[in-house]
Unconditional design. Structure first.
Length: 95
């Protein structure tokens, strides 16, 4: 569902990432995916869902700047909105 290489390239482009620390970036992206999916309680396609991808970009930005602990607090509204929209989408898919 989530192609890590595609997400990594998009995030590198967004941050103009030039340091060749691919393993660290991949780990950070995976941590962000896990964090956002656990907060929303759903499995998310970050490639297709632009709102989710924007949250993932911000998670990576916070992690790179050693401020990961503030992510949830500062993006509470966006996380709540994503939780609700993903819940509705998931519920609609089951009917």
């Amino acid at each position: 569902m989530n192609d890590l290489a595609t997400l990594e390239n998009k995030i590198k482009k967004f941050f103009k990432y030039t340091i060749n620390e691919d393993t660290d970036l991949k780990d950070t992206i995976q941590r962000g995916i896990y964090k956002i999916e656990s907060l929303t309680g759903t499995e998310i396609n970050f490639i297709e869902n632009l709102e989710a991808f924007a949250l993932l970009q911000n998670f990576v930005r916070y992690a790179i700047n050693y401020s990961e602990e503030y992510f949830e607090e500062n993006f509470y509204r966006e996380i709540l909105r994503l939780t609700l929209s993903e819940g509705v989408r998931d519920r609609a898919g089951k009917n």
